[in-house]
Design a protein around this ligand. Sequence first.
Ligand code: PLP
Length: 404
Amino acid sequence: MSEAAMLNRHLATAKPSATYRMIDRVAARRETGAKIISLSAGEPDFDTPAHICDAAISAIRAGHTRYTQVAGLRPLREAVAAKFRNENGLDVSWQDTIVCSGGKQVIFNALAATLNEGDEVIVPAPYWVSYPEIVSLCGAVPTIVSCGEHTGFKLTPAALEAAISSKTRWLILNSPSNPTGAVYSRDELAELAEVLLAHPHVLVLSDDIYEHLIFDGATFHTLAQVEPRLASRTLTMNGVSKAYAMTGWRIGFGTGPRWLLDAMEKLQGQQTSGACSIAQHAALAALTGPQTFIEMARGVFQQRRDLAVRMLNETPGIRCVTPGGAFYAFASCKGLLGQTTPAGTRLETDEDVAIALLEECNVAVVHGSAFGLGPYIRFAYALDTDTLRIACDGIRHFVDALTD
Ligand code: PLP
């Protein structure tokens, strides 16, 4: 038997995450001594706030180092429920919550607990790279719905209606979005909800992980709040990774119908069990302690967004709409295609542009087609403004040196 034949057939065909591939490429370039500025990582560059780290250290010293309940420590689940009630207007008690090892495990648990071979999951593109891969790993089929710049990279009610079939099990919504930073307004969610109300067999995963990174004074809305009649079939997912600069702590959480949460808990119980006890204590401190970090981070990210979008738009051949949230700018690089770099590479695709930027300009980005829409480049601007300015200047010089 070949090695490939020994693998699970869904895993054998799964693609490694394009963002991790870029991280590997960056590491390989750095090993050669190159000084790379990475605009490819999907995480805040801030340190986790001190009071959260202190809570983790206290948890260790207090001996909170044992297994916890699979669905999470009760005080944390109570804090999660309070967060959903107070910030999102959801009618949630602690039993309606689950804590997992990162937001990604919430998503994985939900999909693995519900999908069967041949089921369909609607994934608006551009999408976070893991959605279609997780769907495929579960033996189901991602129904990719292309959402171009003309709709602000957002799913329209008509496109949703057209994508729903009798096999559709889930719709995945992500606002603010990775990779575009697009934010759905209350009205836009209400229009999608209208469509969903007519299709009671469709569950909805609302990935709200970038909730707090929303700019220009806009208000965040989530589907189950906008249309409470959908709450009984919506999994609202969130976590501490992006809001509190805690990507390495691996704590995510969700709320949804109890039958779904029970199934997710059952699955998690045979997989990772409860999330790390120390990280759960840290997440509790994050949710119940001072929230000043969130305001600070939002202000800083908005300034960086303004800088990055302005400098990218001043670069001939690159065009970028202003994103409303997250820390990504999704810029068209169509104007660069067909040109040749100083090292002699002809740029045919957005991936060529991303690789050339790394090899010739020492700036790491991820190409849009990895997220299901080209020719675009995703710039993650989670970097201090001086470094960001150096990166954007470098991109400008690189572009100025291209030849037809
Ligand atoms: N959802 C989106 C859209 C993301 O971009 C990410 C992380 O990059 C996650 C979920 C996963 O978050 P976590 O790090 O908590 O697993």
